[in-house]
Design a protein around this ligand. Structure first.
Ligand SMILES: *Cc1c(COP(=O)(O)O)cnc(C)c1O
Length: 366
């Protein structure tokens, strides 16, 4: 049987286009508890800590499922019935974190900022002052709804100042935007295999302050999403997962980590994504398609564009025409305005974005 080439490039926030070599790495089977396989897991775990600049105070734990499963695992594992979490949200993924917390029977405060507005540290501090019961703060780094790069540093500093545990959903940014987990300190950082590390979907991972994770024993009311238990199993059995692990995905992820290093690390990848983003913005604006965010708030991960006001425009039509040209884009998720999104992460290069812009110019029907 011939394995067909990818018929189109995924310009989406994940799963995204991966390299041939990452996909090829999946072409064998692994035994989930054999040391050959478990050693791969240990290598991945220490590489992730290195990428975060975490040092010996940090550990990483891998968790089966999509990224949301890891968000949920962190919340189940960190929060006790008498904890209160402040969730700061300016989009769908912040709202999702709040939704998960709301189902857990813990204290919850939600601070909502409108889509496209940075979380205001002054308002956050006022909330901390008014609600002394808050024990944890959770927020999203790159809000994939809009492509907004949330400035988490002032909030992380407030968490440090007020003695709160700081949880960052860096799902769509980790590996693509340089970050030092210690400056300012992020206690729990969540990401997944199929975003900026450019692996295939199947698991998420958490970078955790070891001392804080150690205090979480027995907290989780979910058995499978117990990050503490997963950590203990990985530590004691040197890379073993509880339950079936996504072996092929894990092997592909190791290859993806090697390719990240070959590219020149996170800084080099960040530069490539920034270049992709610049070419895209320039090309689209030349056609009169405006970005939803102002430039200082944009991330190099994904860009939300206003739909052209012309009545002849239809996202469906644009989607299908672009698909036939070899590109898959993403519908909008912004609630305030009709938008669509184009991702620029993954195995996607400036020449691909030039080709995309040319394709949009060619099919422009509105
Ligand atoms: C992708 C993503 C998630 C996780 O989504 P899944 O579909 O569960 O993988 C969570 N938060 C953000 C900001 C994301 O971009």
């Amino acid at each position: 049987m011939m394995i067909p080439e990818n018929p189109y490039l995924l310009l989406t926030p994940g799963p995204l286009s991966t390299s041939k070599t990452v996909r090829a790495a999946m072409n064998r089977d692994w035994c989930t508890w054999d040391s050959d396989y478990n050693e791969l897991v240990q290598t991945i775990r220490s590489s992730l800590v290195n990428l975060s600049q975490g040092g010996s105070e940090y550990t990483s734990v891998l968790m089966q499922g999509s990224g949301t499963f890891s968000v949920e695992a962190v919340l189940w594992t960190c929060l006790k019935p008498d904890s209160t979490i402040l969730v700061i949200s300016n989009g769908a993924y912040g709202n999702r974190m709040a939704k998960i917390a709301s189902m857990m029977g813990v204290g919850l405060e939600v601070l909502t900022f409108s889509e496209g507005k940075q979380p205001d540290p002054e308002i956050v501090e006022k909330t901390l002052r008014a609600h002394r019961e808050i024990t944890h703060i959770g927020m999203v780094h790159c809000e994939t709804t809009t492509g907004m790069r949330n400035l988490y540093a002032p909030i992380a500093e407030l968490a440090g100042k007020w003695g709160k545990v700081f949880i960052l959903d860096a799902m769509s940014s980790f590996g693509g935007i340089p970050l030092d987990i210690n400056a300012p300190k992020i206690d729990f950082l969540i990401s997944s295999a199929n975003k900026c590390i450019q692996g295939v979907p199947g698991f998420g991972f958490v970078l955790a302050d070891k001392g804080l994770l150690q205090e979480c024993e027995g907290n989780s009311k979910s058995h499978s999403l117990d990050l503490f238990d997963q950590w203990q199993t990985m530590e004691k059995n040197k890379g073993k997962w509880r339950f079936t692990s996504p072996t092929h995905t894990v092997r592909a992820f190791l290859q993806a980590l090697q390719e990240l290093e070959e590219e020149g690390g996170i800084e080099a990848r960040y530069q490539r994504y920034c270049t992709n983003h610049k070419i895209l913005i320039r090309g689209m604006e030349n056609m009169g398609i405006r970005a939803f965010l102002s430039p200082e708030d944009q991330s190099p991960i994904i860009t939300a564009f206003h739909e052209p006001k012309n009545p002849g425009f239809s996202f469906e039509k644009l989607y299908h025409l672009l698909k036939s040209e070899g590109f898959v884009i993403y519908p909008g998720k912004v609630s305030q305005a009709p938008t669509f999104r184009i991702g620029h992460i993954g195995n996607v290069f400036p020449e691909d974005i030039h080709r995309l812009v040319a394709a949009v110019e060619k099919i422009k029907f509105w």
